[in-house]
Design a binder for this molecule. Structure first.
Ligand code: SF4
Ligand code: SF4
Length: 337
């Protein structure tokens, strides 16, 4: 097997560490082996590496001097710019220098820079509320381009910050992106979407592959927590607007928020952290949900919804407001039975 040659340095700043936890749930029995096989050398990760203190500082110095080629800098968590632009809310332990400064320096030499999770991409949860730490994303502040590095910043490879958004981000999205970058052909700008997320996962919607699609078709809606029906009408689900393949590429091999009974809160989108309403409620105007599918005209939605509601089979209607199947599909007579 060839020696891993694609050096990845992973830093953490203003986040909860959940994206690293998610990475550890990568669907593989040999995490290190999977990275090795993709040609990825994890230079250092705060939770997965043994090195600490002076060793890490030396490692970063080697990246800055060019002695070690830094192929990918991954930042998890948002950049803390406060107080008053000094970045001193987060000093990198042992260095007395803001993490913000280290990120700026290392971004200048890295071939690629990746924002791991919605905090690093857009500011995320850390930037919510009054944002006392002046948190921002690497190249975005909410949905506005800018952030720490500025909208015109490009890496040595010519790409913007690659935003692997999600809260947490899916381990498959991270590993697949790194593996693609480690290949000779790398990733091209057109393989990123309008928010610089890898299109292999962001060209899909959470709605795709949702096990509640039959309920959605008939607008047979869940009313209480635990109900089986579609959660769009009453329980805050934004799966029809959220760009991600969560229900096709499952989590831990078998789950997703929706399969666990929770509405999609659209965590891959900028600003998801402050929807202006409870995550488990759907805001409505005159009884019509305001968050309709992104590419559907409101009038069409209303017409289709009322038509499909009037055609809802009794089975679907009853099951939608139950915690388990109470009416099974009828067994249709075929020529074989
Ligand atoms: S994106 Fe979410 S899971 Fe990841 S560090 Fe931020 S708050 Fe934690
Ligand atoms: S629960 Fe959400 S993702 Fe699932 S079918 Fe309904 S709207 Fe779509």
């Amino acid at each position: 097997m060839r020696e891993p040659a694609f050096n990845v340095l992973w830093l953490q700043s203003g986040g909860c560490g959940g994206c690293s936890m998610s990475l550890l749930c990568a669907d593989t029995s040999d995490f290190r082996g999977q990275l090795r096989q993709a040609g990825i050398n994890l230079l250092w990760h705060p939770s997965l590496s043994l090195e600490t203190g002076q060793d890490v500082q030396q490692l970063m110095a080697d990246c800055l001097s060019g002695k070690t080629v830094l192929h990918a800098l991954c930042l998890e968590g948002s950049v803390l710019r406060g107080p008053e632009g000094t970045g001193r809310f987060h000093l990198l332990a042992g260095t007395q220098e803001p993490m913000m400064t280290w990120v700026q320096r290392l971004s200048a030499v890295a071939k690629h820079v990746l924002a791991i999770g919605s905090c690093a991409a857009f500011g995320g949860i850390t930037a919510g509320g009054s944002n006392p730490t002046d948190a921002c994303g690497l190249q975005y502040e909410g949905d506005q381009a800018g952030g720490l590095l500025g909208s015109n910043w490009r890496s040595a490879a010519g790409l913007p910050v690659i935003n692997i958004a999600g809260c947490p981000t899916h381990p498959g999205w991270v590993i697949e992106t790194l593996a693609a970058l480690a290949q000779e052909q790398g990733l091209q700008a057109e393989q990123l979407d309008g928010l610089n997320r890898p299109r292999f996962y962001s060209d899909k919607l959470v709605h795709h592959g949702c096990t509640r699609n039959e309920y959605y078709e008939y607008k047979a809606s869940a009313e209480a927590p635990g109900d089986l029906g579609c959660m769009m009408e009453n329980r805050g689900c934004k799966g029809t607007q959220a760009h991600a393949d969560c229900n096709v590429r499952l989590w831990n091999g078998e789950g997703s928020c929706i399969r666990g009974g929770y509405a999609c809160i659209s965590c891959t989108e900028p600003g998801f952290e402050e929807p202006g309403h409870r995550f488990d409620q759907t805001p409505k105007v005159a009884g019509i949900p305001i968050g309709l599918p992104t590419d559907m005209h409101k009038a069409w939605f209303v017409a289709l919804a009322s038509l499909s509601k009037s055609a809802t089979p009794k089975r679907v209607k009853l099951n939608a407001t139950s915690s388990h199947i109470v009416v099974a599909p009828v067994i249709k007579k075929t020529r074989l039975s």
